[in-house]
Design a protein around this ligand. Structure first.
Ligand SMILES: [Zn+2]
Length: 487
């Protein structure tokens, strides 16, 4: 079981991601003294490297090394056996660091194309025991839900109108809470910034009555299409974020309905631009952005471009074009919904599909969502609320049947070594960019990969003598090599 090295709620933002060869880990900016956890079970080495990692803890699993660097203090001793999630120290700003942050790096002892065998720590965390995105949207709390979330390895659960005064999900890392305020939300939003601030002030006591809540939802499915609605929603959200900062609370903002903001691509872009200040504030403050995604058999599937996750991947791409990176998204309602595409609502999977088909679609949704940057959870609508949403019900039996197929996604992928025939075929296919390969050949290196960055082409090459990787940097006028550095 692997564990995030730091609570995301304590992270100011991810200042640098996995971006080799420029950066070999993930940088979580956080205040000095933030608890840092062992990312995996293993044996500890405590080190000091004033020119590099500063004070650091390395956990050795036998096959991998997980580093937590630039620490302030260390809470474990040399040679100690630790388990994932155990506190190993507190974050700091030691070594080669320009500000308080945690540098988290993972190395494969068997080697990788990168320096010291570094690998993508995000993918590594996701493998075997990484947090499952798929989880429950709960409308009536029951004890089975906590055990289910534990068994599937969910990082979140969402509970609507939870019972107060007691811990509901002791085995779930993060809980999203929504109290139903739909009859009042329009009035708060109409007041703009003052309304957002007033909403947080008035909800605070009720919110804090749920001891294990991590984040609380603002208005559900607000107007995000009219000019007035967009302007008010933007202001209301900023007002709420400012008030939440006073109380030290984390929010889940926007909570937009599937396929919204609506329109063609240009209209969607324009509407997101109107909400950009709110999105920016949410990202800076470490809040989550709630977006709904639904699909309907015969209209589209879980990766669909119009109402489902494909649409949310597009929205996150629009944010990136507008300069927003590092946003954390909760798909806080998803699943089969008969109401999309102007169909009559309140028909769920139990009338529109069958358990086997829906299960396969949920697994597909999980697989796809892991490729969308910033998506932290997929909350299946809805558990244990019968009545009018009875045909959407994810009951214990169906939920349990999801565990094995979802967890099967975490099985490590066996990577077969590349054969020389395959390499030759790849060379032939990449004939349109021969310069990188020619440069490798001229040096007696084996071409492995190429990429373009900041106006230069780079080639990753394997040098057989001595056995090591090189990066070649090529200028794009005459395609000459301007730099050849060994990794
Ligand atoms: Zn770093």
């Amino acid at each position: 079981m692997r564990h995030l090295p730091i609570d995301l709620v304590r992270v100011v933002r991810v200042t640098q991601g996995w971006n080799p060869p420029a950066h070999y880990g993930t940088d979580y900016s956080c205040v000095v003294g933030t608890p840092i956890y062992a990312a995996t079970d293993g044996v500890v080495h405590c080190g000091t490297d004033p020119a590099g990692f500063g004070t650091y803890v390395r956990v050795d699993t036998g096959t991998h090394l997980a580093y937590a660097a630039h620490l302030w203090t260390v809470a474990v001793r040399e040679g100690q056996q630790v388990t994932a999630g155990q506190v190993v120290g507190a974050s700091g700003n030691t070594g080669n660091s320009t500000g308080p942050h945690l540098h988290f790096e993972v190395r494969d002892k068997a080697g990788s194309p990168w320096r010291y065998g570094a690998i993508d720590p995000g993918l590594w965390l996701m493998e075997d025991g990484g947090e499952m995105l798929t989880t429950l949207h709960v409308q009536r709390h029951n004890d089975w839900q906590n055990l289910w979330a534990r068994d599937v390895g969910a990082g979140w659960v969402k509970c609507v109108n939870p019972p107060t005064g007691r811990v509901l999900y002791p085995d779930v890392p993060r809980v999203l809470v929504r109290f139903w305020t739909d009859d009042r939300d329009a009035a708060y939003i109409h007041e703009g910034r003052a309304g957002g601030s007033r909403f947080v002030r008035e909800m605070r006591d009720q919110w804090l009555s749920v001891p294990d809540a991590t984040a609380w939802e603002l208005a559900n499915e607000p107007d995000c299409n009219s000019n007035e609605g967009l302007a008010q929603l933007n202001e209301y959200t900023i007002g709420a974020i400012e008030q939440a900062a006073v109380y030290g609370l984390k929010l889940c903002v926007l909570n937009l309905p599937e396929a919204n903001p609506s329109g063609d691509e240009a209209a969607i872009r324009w509407k997101w631009q109107q909400l950009l200040p709110a999105v920016k504030r949410a990202v800076q403050g470490g809040h989550w952005i709630g977006l709904h995604a639904y699909w309907r058999p015969g209209v589209e599937g879980p990766t669909g471009r119009y109402h489902a996750l494909g649409r949310r991947a597009f929205d996150i791409g629009v944010w990136r074009e507008l300069g927003i990176t590092g946003a954390r998204v909760l798909i806080n309602e998803c699943g089969i919904d008969g109401g999309i595409a102007d169909n009559p609502p309140r028909e769920g999977w139990r009338t529109l599909s069958d358990a086997d088909t829906y299960r396969a679609q949920i697994v597909e949704a999980e697989r796809y969502a892991r490729t969308i940057p910033g998506v932290d959870a997929l909350m299946l609508f809805t558990a244990d609320y019968l009545g009018e949403w009875g045909s959407y019900d994810v009951d214990e039996t169906f939920a349990r049947s999801l565990i094995a197929p979802l967890r099967a996604l975490n099985a490590p992928i066996e990577e077969a070594p590349v054969t020389s025939t395959e390499l030759d075929a790849a060379r032939a296919r990449l004939g349109r960019l021969p310069a990188t390969m020619k440069s490798c050949d001229m040096r007696g290196y084996t071409f492995r990969d190429e990429w373009f960055a900041d106006g230069f082409f780079y080639a990753l090459a394997w040098a057989p003598v001595p056995q090591r990787y090189h990066v070649l940097k090529l200028e794009t006028r005459g395609w000459s090599v301007v730099e050849d550095s060994a990794l």
